[in-house]
Design a protein around this ligand. Sequence first.
Ligand code: AMP
Ligand code: MG
Length: 413
Amino acid sequence: MNKPPMLTAQQALDHLLSHAQPVGESEMVAMQASLGRVLAKDVSSLVDVPPLDNTSMDGYAVRTADTKNPGSILKIAQRIPAGSVGTLLEPGTVARIFTGAPIPLGADAVVMQEDCAIPEGSTDQVQVNTAPTLGQWIRRRGEDLSAGKTALVAGTFLRPQELGVAASAGLTHLNVKRRVKVAAFFTGDELSLPGEALKPGGIYNSNRDTLLACIRSLGCDATDLGIVPDRLDATKAALRKASKDHDLIITSGGVSVGEEDHIKPAVTAEGRLDLWQIAIKPGKPLAFGAVRKSDKPEDGEAWFIGLPGNPVSSFVTFLLFVRPFILKLQGREVSQPQSYLMRADFDWLKADRRNEFLRVKLNSKGGLDLFPNQSSGVLTSVSWGDGLVDCPPNQPIKAGDLVKYIPFDAFLK
Ligand code: AMP
Ligand code: MG
């Protein structure tokens, strides 16, 4: 049996990304429906935001020339609540003004009401107890967005805050990329679905829930094609079904080169495949290729990524390889997940020859604790953990060392 070539994580990633092309189609959707989608075109603001200079405080709009000396008493000539527009502020007068209301012409500062007092018995005067600086408490027209200028750029993954920005720019709908369609199936005769009886020697299919949720959390449509037995014909049939209406097929298990591993021959028969050993731990075997959508070449192919079966390995390889591949298909910028230099509060002296990803948790002392069992089968390690330490090959860690920490949150968005 030929041993698959050994690649570093970076080599594998570069290879994957050199193939992925963003999906072309886009659609207009209402603002709330655009959450978790990818913006297809730049969005320009329809208005200046804010549309006029306005006050960020409840208080009095003044001319600074009138309030040079703290304690000046001035006439309250007008009252401007938010949503109404005042008139020219005559010298020697002030305007009672409320947060969000436009600054009247002539005023050049706002004094907050806490810095003012109403003189005894007066109904139309105010004593200004500070000397405001020019422009104080004034939010300038267009300081957030300018009409006609780009408010959001194509390729932006739309979070709640981007929806707010688009709404503030006056938009009701956004042009978003169509969702990337991902089909997943899970190989293994030992697998049962939770809710079913376990087979003798069997286990529950946990990769299904982890991987489908990973796919959906990136904003893709996920199709579950279920458990596929360890047989060549069944694997080929599942691939043919999966390729039809999907951009990408993800599988777990069966990617080694043992007799019960049918991914390689099945994908090779239905398309093309590279099988790699990646010098990482967990998650050594990884398969990348494409499956024909039909017998007609013009119908194209669906991409294929086969992940290892061990639950931690399939999760970690999804984060490291499938996520960036999906980001590229979605037309998003593919950046490395944000990492942080953090202090290890543990020893990891038996460094591996491979680039290892250790499951760790932040502790209250500002350091990282290590999960005691780093086996690739122990899925509770990733649930206990807050993230991974990216540990270079052959580099032991001693307590107190700074290590490269990547929170799980940095991956699943
Ligand atoms: P494989 O990659 O098929 O050789 O599987 C490696 C290990 O992962 C075996 O112990 C399998 O039982 C386990 N495994 C494979 N698929 C799953 C799955 N969907 N859920 C949980 N464990 C799995
Ligand atoms: Mg298997």
